[in-house]
Design a protein around this ligand. Sequence first.
Ligand SMILES: Cc1cc2nc3c(=O)[nH]c(=O)nc-3n(C[C@H](O)[C@H](O)[C@H](O)COP(=O)(O)OP(=O)(O)OC[C@H]3O[C@@H](n4cnc5c(N)ncnc54)[C@H](O)[C@@H]3O)c2cc1C
Length: 385
Amino acid sequence: MSSKVFDYIIVGSGASGLQLAMAFVRDDYFRDKSIGIIEKRRSFTNDKTWSFWEIGSGLYDDIIYKSWKKGQFTACGETIDLDLGEYNYKMLRSIDFYNYAESIINESKNIEWIQDEISFIDEQKNIVALTGKQSYKAKHVFDSRLPDNFKPTESLNILQHFKGWFIETDEDVFTPESFDMMDYSIGDKSKTCFMYVLPFTKRKGFVEFTYFSPELVDDQTYDKYIKSYLSDKLGVENYSVSETEKGIIPMSSYPFYRQNFSKITKIGTAGGWVKASTGYSFKNAERFALKIVDNIKAGKIPHSNLHKKRFKHYDKLFLDVLLNYNAYGEKLFYKMYKKNSIYDIFNFLDDESHIIQELKIIISMTSHHFIKALIKHALSGFRIK
Ligand SMILES: Cc1cc2nc3c(=O)[nH]c(=O)nc-3n(C[C@H](O)[C@H](O)[C@H](O)COP(=O)(O)OP(=O)(O)OC[C@H]3O[C@@H](n4cnc5c(N)ncnc54)[C@H](O)[C@@H]3O)c2cc1C
């Protein structure tokens, strides 16, 4: 078996692997470091629609498909207008991102793309990542494979699962300048489920039905609610569907950080980069990639202090409520959007708020379900698992 040696190996060229590779490219420190990106996929398709919020301009503005300064949140019979202020809500097609990342990374002479499937990574033997025919060695491996023993039975787990349609209508139905963050007016009231709408033009948009729930549903259920949203809410019967998107994102308090070792850093979903209470992770990948770069340059273990503990506790409270009182999700998020500014909410969900903002948000969401979750969490000694 032949062996290839690198300074750093990135396993998986998805959202996190590519953002990390681009962070390496942007920093001169890594110019003379050899980097291998090992990816099992042979080709990439437009498999995901990534959205995220950020203040002002950002790294991917050249490939942003559409961005919004205004949004809406509808729940409990009320529509709340969201003025994003300094923030923009941006949408990116994954295929544009993959192509863009490839072009940036290809400008670097020190990065090698390898199409292979890693089956095993051994921390002891100075990191050997094995495939059937080849081994790879590196000082440090960044691994975006979900851990083999990912059976988070002791953790709080729900799933964000969804199906979306890209549609075009015969008449004007969308308001292109305002997106729908969550619209609870159509769906199963015994679950946390809502419509998510990204309008591109008056006649083109993306409509996605989303659940935050412990169980999955069949395909027809998402379709049923999308159809009823289109006919009952938007009053549109004639439309064509050009593309669909389906996905499942784990929303979990599982301690992913336990899979990090001195020479292995788990990244992306496998590294716990998905915000457990929202399912967002694209922007986290940018933030964490930068932190990893800084840590390496400072001579620290790459994953040092990636996560802020107190936000893991907040996530756990959200997960506890959503897991045990799934129907309450509508009211839970309604309270958050009704009583807080978008600035505070986005800061909080980005794990970047300060304690006063957090107290304000927590107090605004207080209910007996929330207090019960808090007491349970306190009685368990505020352990995160
Ligand atoms: C449909 C969908 C829509 C989403 N939308 C949003 C959104 O709007 N906003 C947001 O913030 N988050 C969103 N997410 C969540 C999250 O951003 C994505 O899941 C993101 O792709 C996670 O990045 P990742 O690098 O962990 O995984 P991936 O992007 O899935 O990348 C992992 C890569 O590793 C490769 N790989 C796996 N095993 C091996 C192996 N053994 N050897 C070699 N290569 C391997 C895979 O082929 C893949 O390319 C969405 C998720 C889904 C599924």
